[in-house]
Design a protein around this ligand. Structure first.
Ligand code: NAI
Length: 390
């Protein structure tokens, strides 16, 4: 399907990376909707000064968004696809803002989807009477990327070899995938369903699990710069075992759904996902631990910390690795496990620790409950029926 125009929602690392390549890849206009904290103005300034946004590193390209605005009314009309590249806590509020301006039959989706995107989107779209709109999500962001100079250059550190996607209704995915694939320049697989996407979200295991490994016993003592752990390379054997156990808990949920007609084969165990996503960047895939610590795409990335006194650091418990990946990830899978009657002792441990730690640190970000129970899906049959709705 030929795209005339798409709109990217967001103004951060991922949104700017997508803005560098989407227009060229799809040969269409790209607009940006960036209502957050004056980003639209800063993006316009940067783009004008630099002649577009430029991607460097593992992806190269330069994109010049047609319009950049903080007003949905200026950019959303005429968009065949609207792509959220914002943290999951901003999905629902962004959807509310754009819905009045969506064209008939538009596609709206998020990269990455995180957990429970389908429950949230279905409710908001239904309340607005927009059954014509298709929802989609990607299992992860295709790139590891950072803004180098705002509105001017982004550094792409790594590219996934393949990323899975799902849509609601599921039958519409066949039309969406070729466009997504062309847009991001990475092969897109079929996750099977949005439920599979929720369970296949590996960030929910990796990020809170590694934070727990480093900081569960943190006693409040600050540390200096040289003691900040490398996030992936610093993972302990015991920590890797804990990640493996959470992955097995997810697999047990899938086993409980094996008799339904849902295809959950895209919910890979963690090590398989790592190898599938990073391929040759992993130097030693003989164990889950070695696959993490020898993954060159992860090399050098540090644990999230905050400077609390000059040269003194403490864990940043308000960082997305807990504040996004627990309420919009692990807690959603934990809630699905409850519906399936699956015990999840390791997930329970990590979720309750993270909740205590995030406490007041998550800043002013809104929290929407994305568990199925919060959307009146209170047993496994209801969840399966909802997931399969056409
Ligand atoms: P970012 O922090 O660079 O940008 C997020 C953007 O979201 C902001 O620039 C803003 O436009 C918007 N936003 C943030 N808070 C908001 C709020 N409260 N209300 C409305 N809009 C808000 O984030 P980044 O790196 O682009 O990440 C986007 C998503 O991709 C996140 O879910 C992140 O976890 C995920 N991700 C990012 C990776 C990366 O390498 N950057 C890798 C894998 C996943």
């Amino acid at each position: 399907m030929r795209m005339e125009k798409i709109t990217i929602c967001g103004g951060g690392n991922g949104a700017q990376t997508l803005a560098c390549i989407a227009g060229q890849n799809l040969a269409c206009d790209v607009d940006m909707y960036a209502p957050f904290r004056g980003e639209a103005e800063r993006l316009r300034e940067g783009i004008e000064a630099h002649g577009g946004i430029e991607a460097r590193g593992a992806v190269r390209g330069r994109g010049c968004p047609h319009r950049v605005s903080g007003e949905a009314a200026h950019v959303i009309p005429g968009s065949q696809a609207v792509v959220f590249v914002v943290p999951a806590f901003a999905h629902e509020s962004t959807l509310h803002k754009i819905i009045p301006y969506l064209d008939d039959g538009a596609w709206v989706g998020a990269m990455p989807a995180r957990g429970g995107l389908d429950y949230c989107m279905a409710r908001v779209l239904e309340d607005a009477g927009r059954s014509d709109v298709s929802a989609f999500g990607l299992q992860t962001l295709p790139w590891a990327c950072r803004v180098a100079e705002y509105g001017r250059t982004v550094q792409v550190l790594g590219v996934k070899e393949t990323v899975d996607a799902a849509s609601r209704p599921a039958a519409r995915l066949g039309r969406i995938v070729p466009v997504l694939e062309q847009m991001v320049g990475v092969p897109i697989g079929d996750a099977g369903s949005m439920l599979a996407l929720t369970l296949a979200n590996t960030g929910q295991i990796i990020h809170p699990g590694i934070m727990y490994d480093f900081f569960a016993d943190w006693d409040g003592e600050t540390f200096d710069d040289g003691q900040v752990p490398l996030f992936y390379q610093g993972l302990s054997e015991e920590g890797a075992e804990r990640l493996g156990e959470m992955s097995r808990e997810i697999q047990r949920i899938c086993a409980c759904l094996a008799d339904s007609s849902l295809d959950l084969s895209s919910v890979y165990d963690l090590k398989t996902w790592l190898v599938r996503s990073y391929g040759d960047a992993i130097l030693d895939a003989s164990s889950l631990h070695s696959a993490f610590v020898t993954n060159q795409a992860y090399a050098g990335l540090r644990a999230p910390v905050k400077e609390v006194a000059p040269g003194q650091f403490a864990p940043a418990f308000g960082a997305r690795y807990l504040a996004e990946d627990v309420p919009y990830g692990l807690a959603v899978s934990q809630a699905i496990a409850r519906l399936a009657g699956v015990e999840t002792p390791v997930m329970d441990l990590v979720v309750s620790w993270a909740r205590q730690r995030v406490g007041g640190e998550a800043g002013g970000d809104e929290t929407n409950d994305r568990t199925p129970q919060a959307h009146d899906l209170n047993d496994l049959e209801a969840l399966i029926r909802f997931t399969m709705e056409e």
